[in-house]
Design a binder for this molecule. Structure first.
Ligand SMILES: [Zn+2]
Length: 258
């Protein structure tokens, strides 16, 4: 395959180089013949749009990757729709506006997949390499939101499914530790301070339990969003059970007949 061009700025990308990214933005012609770019796509379609095309997988050059994978883009990324006259599309301001919509759409998707800018950049680069050897597979994986088989730290692939080095979610671990701590607080408070009645020590344990619950839920949702990049689902569940157990136990002491 010969060299490619950057989908964002049109500059040449040498063989083996580039960052493959996926955009859910769409472009097309609005009713009044103006050209529109919208992210994330069909959901921002308007009545009367003449044609509609999803941008999907594309290759970015080094320079465009530098402006895409930043904390600023990650923080500001939002859904938006812009329209311009066909003549303005190739003007500097038109190109800039278009690039922003597309950058946002890429960042929104990668954020949803649980990636921060540095990780997203490594992943896009890994896909950029795959792009040159097997573009079909790169496109399919990007579309499905699957990790790149040769991305550092996440070896998936059909042969090595699940055997790669997975990262454990820190909040899941924190949830379990806090759950255990709440049990300890309850039992140790009664042991060292026998004058302390059951209810105050349960209240203290329940407070720790609340943190276990919070970390457990946030951890589980992060793991779910990471689509296989993070593990710790059951660790977080254990933390949740301990946390809820303590909180429910405390609530039961408030029932008068208890
Ligand atoms: Zn470029």
């Amino acid at each position: 395959m010969s060299d490619a061009t950057c989908a964002r700025c049109g500059s040449e990308i040498l063989k083996g180089q580039g960052y493959a990214v996926y955009s859910e933005a769409s472009t097309g012609t609005a009713a009044d013949r103006r050209v529109f770019f919208s992210a994330p796509g069909p959901s921002t379609a308007e009545a009367g749009d003449v044609e509609h095309k999803l941008l999907d997988a594309m290759l970015y050059c080094e320079q465009c990757a530098n402006s895409l994978f930043t904390d600023g883009v990650w923080a500001n990324a939002k859904m938006l729709r812009i329209e311009m006259s066909p003549e303005d599309v190739s003007s500097p301001s038109g190109r800039e506006a278009k690039a922003e919509v597309i950058d946002f759409s890429i960042a929104l998707r990668m954020k949803r997949l649980g990636m921060a800018p540095p990780q997203a950049r490594r992943e896009a680069r890994a896909f950029g390499k795959l792009w040159w050897t097997d573009q079909g597979s790169a496109r399919r994986r990007l579309e499905a939101g699957d990790p790149c088989p040769n991305s550092p730290g996440a070896q998936f692939g059909p042969e090595s499914a699940g055997t790669g080095e997975l990262q454990k979610n820190g909040k899941a671990v924190a949830s379990l530790l806090l759950g255990i701590l709440s049990l300890l607080v309850f039992s140790l408070a009664g042991f060292f301070f026998p004058e302390l009645k059951q209810r105050p020590s349960l209240m203290l344990a329940a407070c720790v339990g609340l943190f276990a619950i919070w970390f457990g839920h946030v951890g589980r949702s992060e793991i779910k969003l990471s689509r296989g990049r993070l593990k710790g689902k059951w660790v977080a569940l254990a933390g949740l059970i301990l946390g809820y157990f303590m909180v429910v136990s405390y609530i039961m002491t408030m029932i008068p007949s208890y």
